[in-house]
Design a protein around this ligand. Sequence first.
Ligand SMILES: C[S@@+](CC[C@H](N)C(=O)[O-])C[C@H]1O[C@@H](n2cnc3c(N)ncnc32)[C@H](O)[C@@H]1O
Length: 430
Amino acid sequence: MIPAARISAAIEVLADIETRRRPASDALKDWGLSHRFAGSKDRAAIASLVYDALRRKASASWLMGETTPRATLLGTLRTLRGLDVNAIAALCSGDRFAPEPLTAAERERLEAASLDGAPAHVAGDFPDWVEPSLRRLLGDNVIPEMTAMASRAPLDIRVNTLKAEREEAHQALVHLDMIETPLSPLGLRVPPGPDGRGPAVQAEPEFVKGWVEIQDEGSQIAAMLSGVESHEQVVDLCAGGGGKTLALAALMGNGGQIYATDSDARRLAPIHDRLQRAGVRNVQVRTPRGRNDDPVDDLDGRMGCVLVDAPCTGSGTWRRNPDTKWRVRPNSLESRLKEQQIVLDRASRLVRPGGRIVYITCSLLPEENDDALAAFLERNPGFTVVPPGDVAARGPEGFAERVRLTERGVQMTPLKTGTDGFFVSVLKRG
Ligand SMILES: C[S@@+](CC[C@H](N)C(=O)[O-])C[C@H]1O[C@@H](n2cnc3c(N)ncnc32)[C@H](O)[C@@H]1O
């Protein structure tokens, strides 16, 4: 496909996402199925255009003075992709497969490329209703912080120290042009390329052998902040596909015992293969059998550490999942808040005296972080917050100086720590 045809295709996919309010990945998959002539490079390039347009949807539409998929895409070519008006005009030739030529008004808008007078939620590309929450956390930095969240994320991997050292993995993957992650001592990174596409790490023999896992640097650090030690008894209560479980197992050097569970058996299912590939031997997977089963009820009062990687809005991952930021609604936040209280209360019963809950979200919204913990602490006076500065000090070198401390936890952000927006708090049982 010629580049102009990819632009037309991206506009078509954006229209589908908009009209049917569906996830970007579903719309892209359908487009691929109905355009089988498109090769894998074409599909990847179209996906990258679509995700970029979703990252900058509000500001690109403002710049163009319209909210159509075409306007959003053209505006994004100017802002995030840095194309000048002539380069965009050359793509919009009106030839077969190419978008219609630019109108005089579009040309003018693209030339001015002005966001003057744009409100914060437009300049920072986020839904207007979350602005008060974001301002509570970010204050006057809301625009630069959220612009960083509306940029592309790098592809990060964690080297699995049960199988390889970082240097060794780096050498083996030298053809991917990776760099060491600035903070995590276990991470390697492929910075985002000019067209936003990353390498297919899963196809590498080192991935198949379990030397590396795909995991954002912030998620690697969140696991480190748990302070797990190799003799400990740990429950990973919201283990899902096992991203954090695998990181904890490696930090514990296959020692101690981790019980991994999740209320959703389907989400938990991939963990078995991943544990095997990673050479993990200290994890017992406890799968719930039916809705009312509690597969860890025999562990109550016995755990040194209970990890709660809580269900949340995912507002800290909007760089990677930009379509979700436009789908999140106040009622979905309300549902997540209820789930967070349920899971925290369940965690509290598993902790032994002197043990701790490690509460993690990938969200910037204080409702899901400090406020959720305040509500929990009121119901559970036997727990106290470990001072966030002490939690940050458990992180890698340079982390404590960069991370934002809140009343009850540490908050990573793309701007401050160069990671996804993870929040971590540690609650100790007296
Ligand atoms: C953020 S995801 C976990 C991601 C996972 N830890 C990882 O690192 O890949 C949150 C998980 O919490 C689970 N969950 C929600 N409510 C729960 C509950 N009451 N008890 C246990 N798990 C729950 C969801 O099914 C979901 O898999």
